[in-house]
Ligand binder design. Structure first.
Ligand code: MGD
Ligand code: MGD
Ligand code: SF4
Ligand code: MO
Length: 706
């Protein structure tokens, strides 16, 4: 029996874990109290890491489809098969015939962080997709336009702020996103204890809203109007004060002009928030000595995701809260270099999708159009797919259509530990080892921390003889796609030469750390298993900027060009019910539903309906409702709750585990329904290509099946 310290890879909070290990199995999980950043915090997901690690349905070796069923094959056979089939398809139809989809856990692994870029390059296909276009891409676009870098995303300096405005985020349930903030609930409570306040804008009285000083229930999809009205009021009441930021900002006057039509009175009824309330909120924000505005999935995966994401930071700039302690600040991760203050800036549309002509954004195409590219014949038709850590058959809008399209592919290979709704369509499945066998440094989420911290954890348990590290799997795929075959030299593929006692991933990380802002090394981090504290966030403007002007470009042309669409929507009549999503502390997108401890008890996948709507529609708590949209219908269990605003219904995503041919015994017994049978693949935020997952028009009736 021994103890190992690591970082939880299950969400963005990067909590330190103390694992008890017996015979190479995790027998207990505790929050690591010596981890200064997470302070011993642990949520139900982290607590279940041992069960997840030992899940009997987790694939222990590669599978290949033979006839109608999957058979175990050796790693050598599996890679040879992938090489043979992908090379043949590329040879015959060209590189665009192979698409790739990288899912969410790609950004939660060191291997994904180090090798996904090379994999994309080796693929060389325009048909490259990730979960970003069902998630945060609007924030990347707004940051690219404002600051010049898509990863230059400011985070609320929660521990030093006096006032926070949170829109479309429920960190009590999600534990924070694009905001690495372990124990967000504890930190938000501490903010109130020291006399500060936070306000939550959400159509649902979420757990975070319930703990807030004020909850403003908003009509889904209308944050853009609220935020524009707040900007309008800042100018109208002469509250604009850029403070130290003033010399570094251009475009303030342009923003004022754009906001002119959006008075609080003009937007109030559309948002469901009174004009006086909007004014009071704006004055509260402007008068706080240190404040920050933050928006998440309820402001990104919506009709005006990019404009709303931009407005969040416009408010931070106009109130002088960007880049100052207690405001919205740019972390300085240890694996990154400081900037020079200027750069090439950011553009989109370098190529377009073949079928719908949707623009490329940050090197990828919107995943809502993957099914179009598979279904539509012609030169460049997608015939093969590589998925890594993704479950698009559940996570992408109009997923019935995508699910059907996946079954028509000539070849599909998935890097995934499960035979699930997506990988059941694969010809070859390559499973990475369980979390206990992986080293961890959070390349993605250490970039969004509320303190500058660094932490590396070697794998707590060595790989078994039949296991392959995810890094090796991704490098082998890279070699195959690059035309070097299944046995290419892995060090060479990783760009390394010479011997070293360190693993490949450690050597790559070491190079980044040494070149990084603090000149650290992997050995420095190995010596400090509870992490290294690099201090509170510090101001980074102008060094962090990568715009051609060397300034914050507050009024970018693509945003200006999208505002007429916003104006038109403000005038458009609205009626009927709209659907939004939500998250639960015991769930994680589509893939923790096979852990018994997380799915036991009260059903998590319910359609939440306001009592007035329930009475009007004839729905009963615990009964079944039929929910219909333009693209499909589902039957879901009703949960009547006054927590949800009237006119809104809420159904979480990641469920619908009743598909045939999967190997997920527990999830199958708690299937829930797939909300993405309702969401619409034609509805996108045009600037980012991001799907509209919140604010979907639906009809709800009692189910005839009752
Ligand atoms: N309607 C609606 N749809 C949504 C959302 C919503 O709010 N509403 N949210 C969207 C968001 S924010 C996201 S991020 C997406 C997520 O969508 P996806 O990224 O497509 O899917 P996940 O559900 O995260 O599934 C992750 C997959 O990775 C596998 N996996 C787990 N760990 C590892 C690992 O270490 N390595 C590898 N190779 N595989 C692993 C799992 O078995 C699973 O198959 O869903 C989106 N879809
Ligand atoms: N426990 C758990 N944690 C997770 C995940 C998980 O599945 N489970 N997923 C992870 C992932 S991939 C992500 S991207 C993050 C997401 O992190 P968050 O963005 O914090 O996600 P949610 O908890 O879904 O909170 C979104 C809130 O937006 C509200 N909302 C919906 N539509 C609108 C709208 O139009 N306007 C406004 N103002 N609000 C709206 C919803 O009611 C909900 O309360 O969470 C991550 N953490
Ligand atoms: S909050 Fe996130 S990182 Fe922390 S224990 Fe839970 S799942 Fe893991
Ligand atoms: Mo996400």
């Amino acid at each position: 029996m021994r103890t190992a310290f690591t970082t939880c890879p299950l969400c963005e909070a990067t909590c330190g874990l103390e694992l008890t290990i017996e015979d190479d199995r995790i027998t207990a999980v505790r929050g690591d109290r010596q981890d200064g950043f997470s302070g011993g915090f642990l949520c139900p997901k982290g607590a279940s890491l041992g069960a997840l690690d030992a899940d009997p349905d987790r694939l222990s070796g590669p599978l290949a489809r033979r006839g109608g069923s999957f058979e175990p094959v050796s790693w050598g056979e599996a890679f040879a098969l992938v090489d043979e089939r992908l090379s043949a398809i590329i040879g015959e139809h060209g590189r665009d015939a192979v698409a790739m989809y990288l899912g969410n856990p790609t950004v939660h692994s060191l291997a994904g962080g180090l090798y996904a870029g090379g994999l994309r390059k080796a693929l060389g296909s325009r048909n490259f997709f990730t979960a970003a276009t069902v998630d945060q891409m609007p924030k990347h676009v707004s940051s690219g336009l404002l600051f010049g870098g898509i990863y230059s995303i400011p985070v609320p300096d929660i521990d030093r702020t006096d006032f926070l405005l949170l829109l479309g985020a429920d960190p009590f349930s999600s534990n924070g996103s694009l905001w690495t903030v372990p124990d967000a609930p504890g930190r938000l409570k501490a903010l109130r204890r020291r006399g500060g306040a936070f306000v939550v804008v959400d159509p649902r009285r979420s757990r975070t809203a319930a703990a807030a000083d004020r909850h403003l229930p908003i009509v889904p999809g209308t944050d853009v109007f609220l935020l524009l009205a707040m900007v309008n009021e800042l100018f109208a009441a002469s509250l604009v004060d850029l403070k130290a930021l003033a010399p570094h900002v251009t475009g303030v006057e342009g923003v004022r002009e754009l906001s002119l039509p959006f008075t609080p009175e003009a937007v109030a009824s559309r948002c469901g928030i009174g004009a006086e309330e909007i004014r009071a909120l704006t004055h509260r924000l402007a008068s706080a000595s240190r404040a920050a505005v933050y928006g998440r999935i309820g402001t990104t995966a919506v009709e005006f995701g990019t404009v709303a994401s931009w407005l969040v930071d416009v408010l931070n700039v106009l109130t002088g809260n960007l880049d100052r302690p207690g405001g919205a600040m740019f972390p300085m991760p240890a694996h990154m270099k400081r900037g020079t203050g200027t750069g090439k800036g950011f553009t989109t549309g370098r190529w377009r999708s073949r079928v719908r002509g949707l623009p490329e954004v940050a090197g990828e195409l919107p995943v809502v159009t993957l099914a179009d590219e598979i279904e539509t014949p012609g030169a460049g038709q997608v015939r093969a797919l590589v998925t890594v850590a993704g479950n698009p058959a559940l996570s992408v809008p109009n997923s019935a259509r995508l699910d059907a399209a996946l079954s028509t592919l000539d070849f599909m290979v998935s890097v995934d530990p499960y035979l699930n709704e997506t990988t059941r369509h694969a010809d070859v499945i390559l499973p990475p080892p369980p979390p206990s066998r992986r080293a961890h440094y959070d390349l993605a989420f250490l970039s969004f921390t509320v303190r500058n911290v660094a932490k590396y954890s070697p794998a707590p348990v060595p790989l078994g003889p039949d296991e392959r590290d995810e890094g090796e799997i991704l490098l082998r795929l890279t070699g195959i796609l690059a035309g070097l075959g299944a046995d290419a030299d892995l060090d060479a593929l990783a760009g390394l030469s010479g011997g070293s006692p360190h693993t490949r991933e450690e050597r790559l990380l070491d190079a980044r750390l040494r070149a990084g802002a603090y000149g650290l090394s992997v050995d420095d981090l190995v010596a400090r298993p509870h992490g290294v504290d690099l201090g509170p966030l510090t101001s980074r403007v102008p060094e962090v900027l990568r715009t051609p002007s060397g300034r914050i470009e507050l009024c970018p042309e693509p945003i200006v060009a999208d505002v007429p669409r916003v104006s038109a929507a403000l005038r458009a009549p609205v009626d009927g019910l709209v659907l939004v999503g939500r998250r639960h502390l015991r769930s994680n997108n589509s893939w923790l539903h096979n852990v018994p401890a997380l799915v036991k008890g009260k059903q998590l996948c319910t359609l939440v309906v306001n009592p007035d709507d329930a009475a009007r529609l004839g729905l009963e708590d615990g009964g079944l409702a039929r929910v219909t949209s333009r693209v499909g219908e589902v039957e879901a269990t009703v949960e009547v709750s006054a927590d949800l605003a009237a006119g809104v219904v809420s159904l979480p995503h990641g469920w619908g585990h009743d598909r045939p041919g999967t190997r997920l015994a527990t999830a199958r017994a708690h299937p829930g329904v797939n909300v993405n049978l309702l969401t619409d693949d034609l509805a996108v935020d045009p600037l980012s290509g991001t799907a509209v997952l919140n604010g979907v028009h639906v009809r709800v009736t009692p189910s005839a099946a009752q």
